[in-house]
Design a protein around this ligand. Sequence first.
Ligand code: NAD
Length: 495
Amino acid sequence: MNKIVNYVNGKKNNISEKFISVYNPSTGEEISKVLLSQKEDFEDVIKSSKDSQASWSNTTPLKRSRILSNYKNLIEKNLEELATLVSTEHGKTLDDAKGSVTRGLEVVEFACGIPHLLKGEFSQNVGSNIDSWSVRQPLGISAGITPFNFPAMVPMWMYPISIACGNSFILKPSEKDPSCSIKLAELFTEAGLPDGVFNVIQGDKTIVDLILNSNDISSVSFVGSTPVAKYIYETSAKNGKRVQALGGAKNHLVVMPDANLSQAVDGIIGAGYGSAGERCMAVSVAVAVGEIADELVENIKNKASKLKVAPWTDKDSDMGPVISKEHKEKIENYISIGIQEGAKLIEDGRNYNIQGYENGYFLGPTLFDNVTKEMTIYKEEIFGPVVSVVRVKNYEEALSLVNDHPYGNGTSIYTSDGEVSRNFTTNTEIGMVGVNVPIPVPMAFHSFGGWKQSLFGDHAMHGMEGIHFYTKLKTVTSRWPKSIKSGPEFVLPTN
Ligand code: NAD
């Protein structure tokens, strides 16, 4: 049985010996075992990160950029293998997995510009003969804790930028699909990254708690569910760490009566059911405004019922299984609750059987109509292939619905009215907003992050937010001896 261990100091390694199973979600079979690291593994990783830190932070940004450039080439060369690792353990289609690696690669490409991105500001003569400038310096050791749904892309939102800024980085990937993290680390070593700058430690809450309580770690980046994000934020802050903790979501897509219906329906189908709804930017609520509702529901139903649910090895698959047996049961339970609370089940994805894959964690696309804001399936994140249609009378009601929801990750509006669109982008209490695009995920040179219960902390991920998160600002004020008048000064200088 394949054993997935840590990656420390440029090689695979484990000290402790406790392992748990990793499953193939398409078959339900155990495919490997992953290490549940213990304190001794953590101490080994910390030592390696500390040993590498000083010389890496003194490596010139241009040299760091060249290593990142090599890394970019290696990721491109190994795209198929990385995507296959993602699909095998996560279950998403191969094209979707490739897309996710490519979105991560974009962050590496952005980080290649680090000499430019780290340039500070300079002011001559802030006072007589006094100059002042600011620089951004690395934090030291950063850590990242990541979820199962993007085992390549989400870690890549973090470590390329942290490392480009001169930090060492410790990644604690999800224990559900851990293989990709090791391949990503191996490729970085091959690209020329010094040993210990990027370490990977496998494990669960035990390791997370060691990270949060370590005096050697300066910052924590987290992506996962909201209750854990809140815990990460509070514990890291209590321990004096810089922290960004991204949580769950309930993304609304508003369809106005003047929307291009077929584009809106395609948007809902792709963003609602793609990756079996296991995306933090998945559309889980379609808000039908006014008279468009009946036609919208009818069209979603027609398209949803024709989607091909199959393992990633089937090239025609539109969506694969969900991540685990427990998660499948949780989603099925939400569907039952939806029925009990009075929502109209239009398309039922339960009891979805695929010949030869009877033990896989498959669910079909599920569609509810007449969902109201009091219902559990509206209030809670389901994180599965379930779309809820909420009918509202007008735009104002749609906007309130979006803004009153405690999550604030993403939202989108489909309309042909520029004024409505401008009002929506201005007044939504949401971090990432789309107009006639279903999943408004910002590119690497912008920043990714929600509002409200979807992000705890002050910085979003990647883009300039990432550069600022992974560096400390220092401002220097300098004057040379010959220009200094003799004698102490007792008043604050004003010019
Ligand atoms: P999760 O919160 O269960 O796990 C995330 C990470 O935290 C994993 O590495 C896990 O080992 C660790 N963890 C789990 N429970 C913990 C605990 N009690 N204490 C400390 N650490 C713990 O999330 P998941 O199920 O892996 O991922 C799905 C969730 O992630 C969804 O809620 C989804 O919306 C969210 N997500 C958010 C974004 C975003 O950008 N906002 C992106 C991707 C996923």
